[in-house]
Design a protein around this ligand. Sequence first.
Ligand SMILES: Cc1cc2nc3c(=O)[nH]c(=O)nc-3n(C[C@H](O)[C@H](O)[C@H](O)COP(=O)(O)O)c2cc1C
Length: 367
Amino acid sequence: MKNTFGQSVAVTLFGESHGTAIGAVLDGLAPGIPVDEGFITAQLDLRRPFGKISTARQEADPFQIVSGCFEGKTTGTPLTILIPNGDTNSRDYSKTKDLARPGHADLTAQLKYHGYQDFRGGGHFSGRITAALVAAGAIAIQALARKGITLRSHIRACAGVEDRAFAGDEAGLQADFEALRGAKFPVLNEQAAEQMKARIVEAKEQNDSVGGILETAICGLPAGVGEPWFDTLESLLAHMLFAVPAVKGVEFGDGFGLAGMRGSAANDPYRVENGRYITTSNHNGGINGGISNGMPIVFRCAFKPTPSIFREQETVDMAKQENATLALEGRHDPVIVHRAAVVVDSVTALVLCDALALRYGTDWLAE
Ligand SMILES: Cc1cc2nc3c(=O)[nH]c(=O)nc-3n(C[C@H](O)[C@H](O)[C@H](O)COP(=O)(O)O)c2cc1C
């Protein structure tokens, strides 16, 4: 199904940026999972734009759970979350409606949907739709936390400035997670954060945009999750991570760096510790043969610079089928990566709920 992901716990996304509402349907959740609306609100707030480094579009995201939840717990039937759209300014888009924004989905949407697509604000391709993923993901994140599985993303790099990497061990990771709690610009090194913000503002003042890399870690995932060939844990995660708009690369463990290493450096030696198998390094990011090995899962996503920039660009007029130039109006993020951190956490949690339900059964998450 085109707008649905997941085999046991499935999420369906719907809505357009300037339509009445956006939302998600979560199907296959165990009955009896507590749903904390305050936590959903807090997660949505992490995605909300702020300050000079985000779009000026302000959305209150007053979500409504219209099915699948009764007296604060999941019923086990499809759970639907609706988020009405508020702060839309569609006039900005009508002027340039036929001019495809380079790097955005306007041209591919036109080619696929033959002009019937809602073009306003990027329509169904807008980053706005990720709010619904965050709301659904918040339920998944909480269900996982009750099972001792925690996860978080930080900005590993942005506009050429690097944050330090996540700690390699579980205790250090938990401390890093705690340091990032509630951060709308999740960076571990404060100096690096200030430098990143300065470069974002600089690019914005030059009518340009910048990209970045998110690093995500998962702690407490049991060994044995994932399938050996087509539904490897890497491929399930990558499938969802590439659904996040503007993600153009995903790597696990040392990823592309492994290609330049020798086996003697890339292998993670095994040990037994307190009756449990561990590895003394984690170059493979906690996955071997497509299956979790019990170590923290670590991966990174590369986000391209925001495609909508306020410089004149060469493009095509899709109505006239002729070359044109585009001078954009509207409100856009000069960088995506900080707002996307909670989106990546959310899609990761949704994948894990699905993979865990496949391994242990639907009810395991609520037990
Ligand atoms: C949280 C979030 C916010 C985004 N904000 C914008 C934006 O303000 N302007 C824009 O052009 N693209 C924005 N994007 C990216 C576009 O949606 C994306 O580049 C576009 O749909 C094309 O998809 P692709 O880059 O994956 O090919 C945002 C993405 C996310 C995840």
